[in-house]
Design a protein around this ligand. Structure first.
Ligand SMILES: NC(=O)c1ccc[n+]([C@@H]2O[C@H](COP(=O)([O-])OP(=O)(O)OC[C@H]3O[C@@H](n4cnc5c(N)ncnc54)[C@H](OP(=O)(O)O)[C@@H]3O)[C@@H](O)[C@H]2O)c1
Length: 331
């Protein structure tokens, strides 16, 4: 029988293994227009933590005792749609299960580019890179010669944001991450400076890394990182507010940033965005990223965990920072 991971209980603070359960799934007959997909890879992403709360947001909460959902890629094994046939590789949103049954129109057929794993469509050629691309180019209006600071820089979104900034002409790119190994990797993939936020004050390390200040901040973290960026931003600086992962597991309202008055005195622009509103930019992102990959100008990493039964662990580890690049579960 195919298996699935259901939400057994809603986490309070940090999720634990007890919030998840592995159960057997039904194998319904297909209705007209549906396909059955054997999932090969599934994504775990920080936004899923928000969907585990019983609170309305830009996506509805996950339902208790129902399978979780999220990006996945797999092979069509049965089709009652003229649009797709058995053997097609498709991207869709019914991860967290061995097999998915869904309308063919909710799946996107992909042809895997030479040298890439199908999992690339969950990472370097997928939603995280689109987030980096749109955040930098459309939300923060990156200009050549900007100095850019990216937090969460060794993750899926951050590692792309820093490299795309360089490839689009930024003068200097600074990244922060939670360990010395990640900092070394950031230097290898082209960040001009990187620092370990666990090793000292964020604001002091950022000040040392950016003697001329920063023009753009790509915020994946919020909290102390946003506070520090507001101090170091130059007048008329721009902030793309992508995420606030430091807040996702807190049980008390997060402290700070305590210095929002700087937005006024420095005439800053802070703008939040949700990647799903920017799907029209996917072809531009894919075109740019495919060319950079082909020319060896863009590096990408995946941290791969094996087995559906380990998906909850992979998700919790992602929140704790066990990943470099995109966290992926191979099914
Ligand atoms: N706006 C959108 O549409 C959109 C779309 C996708 C993602 N996002 C956001 O983008 C951010 C990154 O997502 P991702 O998928 O690329 O995940 P990721 O960066 O690959 O993984 C999460 C990383 O967050 C870091 N982290 C965890 N707690 C932290 C803390 N308290 N302070 C600083 N860093 C912390 C960890 O790395 P360290 O080892 O460095 O701590 C961890 O590896 C998240 O905030 C996410 O919500 C937004």
């Amino acid at each position: 029988m195919p298996r699935q991971i259901v939400l057994a209980s809603r986490p309070t603070g940090w999720p634990t293994a007890a919030n998840f359960a592995l159960t057997e799934a039904d194998q319904p007959d297909l209705a007209d227009g549906q396909i059955r997909v054997r999932n090969l890879f599934m994504s775990v992403d920080p936004y899923m933590r928000g969907r585990m709360n019983d609170a309305e947001s830009y996506v509805p909460p996950f339902r208790l005792d129902q399978p979780l959902e999220g990006g996945a890629i797999g092979t069509v094994i049965e089709s009652r749609s003229p649009e797709l046939t058995a053997g097609d590789l498709v991207l869709h949103m019914l991860g967290w299960r061995d097999e998915a049954v869904l309308p063919a129109r909710q799946a996107r057929k992909v042809a895997v580019a030479a040298g890439l794993s199908p999992s690339a469509y969950l990472g370097v050629l997928g939603m995280p890179t689109l987030t980096a691309y749109v955040g930098l180019l459309d939300i923060a209006s990156l200009k050549a010669d900007d100095t850019v600071f990216v937090s969460g820089a060794a993750g899926a979104v951050g590692s792309m944001a820093g490299q795309i900034a360089k490839l689009k002409g930024a003068a200097r790119v600074i990244g922060s991450a939670g360990g010395d190994e990640k900092v070394r990797w950031l230097r290898e993939i082209g960040f001009d400076v990187a620092f370990n936020y666990r090793a000292g004050s964020v604001v002091e390390q950022l000040r040392a890394a950016a003697p001329g200040g920063i023009d753009v901040y790509f915020d994946n973290v919020g909290s102390d990182h946003l506070d520090a960026a507001l101090v170091i931003l130059n007048n008329h600086g721009r902030v793309a507010m992508s995420g606030a992962i430091a807040h996702y597991n807190v049980t008390e309202p997060p402290v700070g940033p305590s210095n929002l008055g700087l937005v006024i005195t420095k005439r800053l622009t802070l703008r939040g965005f949700i990647v799903t509103d920017h799907q029209h930019r996917m072809p531009d992102m894919i075109a740019d990223v495919s060319a950079w990959l082909r020319d060896g100008k863009l590096s990408h990493a995946e941290t791969v965990v094996d087995g559906l039964e380990h998906a909850p662990e992979a998700f919790i580890d992602l929140l704790r920072g066990a990943n470099t690049g995109k966290m992926i579960v191979r099914l």
